[in-house]
Design a binder for this molecule. Structure first.
Ligand SMILES: CC(C)(COP(=O)(O)OP(=O)(O)OC[C@H]1O[C@@H](n2cnc3c(N)ncnc32)[C@H](O)[C@@H]1OP(=O)(O)O)[C@@H](O)C(=O)NCCC(=O)NCCS
Length: 240
């Protein structure tokens, strides 16, 4: 069994299997706190388009985790939005405008700081980290960060922040284990759903956590891939 990490490219041979893994991971997680109407929007095409856009985006980098050559998960790092660096009285906000589910919308995205954290232009945001459910909890998420964060350090980055659904206690445990500490809250405007003549705005509560890159590298220094994972993979080789 081989684990490799490659960069996301605009290649269907990579994006198709990755979209399936992303869909399985996102949907398993989100069905715990999203409505069936909202979940119906998270089709394979939705994740394909999302990954394709990420591959085109020059402002972010996506590292793909491959198990025996098949893409099974990824992490995405981007520059932080500038308004994050300028809180006034513990709050900062930005007007988001655009099209959402066929509607034109505008909304203020507010970030409320619960403690002071200095975010500079040497800060990156971990926008997404998703692994196929079948391969979770064997140390691969940690491995993906262990292998990619040193590259960020080499490029001069100093801090990382991460946004995650405030109800995602497992993700919070994962991030805490590698040094992240929550410092702010915000909300995401995810979807507009029209059903039976009623319009529903799908808004999710988001927690934001911070760590320095050095702190994360220290926290992960002694963590290793779980050996039982390697044994399970060998026994189930055909599944991959
Ligand atoms: C979060 C995620 C990337 C972590 O990767 P992973 O390979 O599963 O995590 P690891 O095996 O490296 O776990 C390291 C530690 O994190 C914590 N952790 C990770 N997943 C957990 C879970 N499902 N439940 C409880 N703790 C968890 C544990 O403390 C774990 O250490 P332990 O196994 O020794 O107890 C992965 O589980 C995932 O894709 N989850 C679904 C998507 C998601 O929540 N993404 C984050 C949204 S922004």
């Amino acid at each position: 069994m081989q684990i490799s990490i490659t960069r996301l490219e605009k290649k269907l041979s990579q994006i198709l299997p990755l979209a399936e893994a992303y869909q399985r991971s996102y949907n398993k997680l989100s069905e715990q706190y999203k409505s069936p109407e909202e979940m119906a929007l998270y089709s394979r095409g939705y994740f394909l388009k999302k990954l394709w856009k990420m591959a085109e985006d020059t402002g972010s980098a996506v590292a793909v985790l491959n198990v025996d050559g098949t893409p099974r998960g990824f992490v995405r790092y981007s520059e932080i939005p500038e308004y994050y660096t300028k809180p006034v009285n513990g709050q900062t906000r930005d007007l988001e405008k655009g099209m959402l589910d066929g509607w034109e919308f505008a909304w203020y995205r507010k970030v409320n700081f619960e403690r002071e954290v200095q975010l500079s232009n040497k800060t990156l945001i971990v926008n997404q980290i998703y692994l196929d459910p079948e391969i979770q909890r064997h140390g691969l998420g940690t491995h993906l960060l262990q292998k990619t964060i040193p590259e960020l350090k080499k490029q001069g980055y100093k801090d990382l922040i991460i946004e995650y659904n405030a109800h995602n206690a497992n993700a919070e445990k994962f991030y805490r284990g590698i040094g992240f500490r929550p410092f702010a809250k915000t909300q995401d405007f995810d979807h507009i759903i029209k059903k039976d003549g009623r319009t529903t705005f799908c808004i999710s509560d988001v927690a934001i956590a911070h760590t320095t890159i050095d702190n994360a590298l220290n926290a992960m220094r002694d963590k290793k891939l779980n050996k039982t994972f390697i044994m399970i993979q060998k026994r189930n080789e055909k599944a991959y």
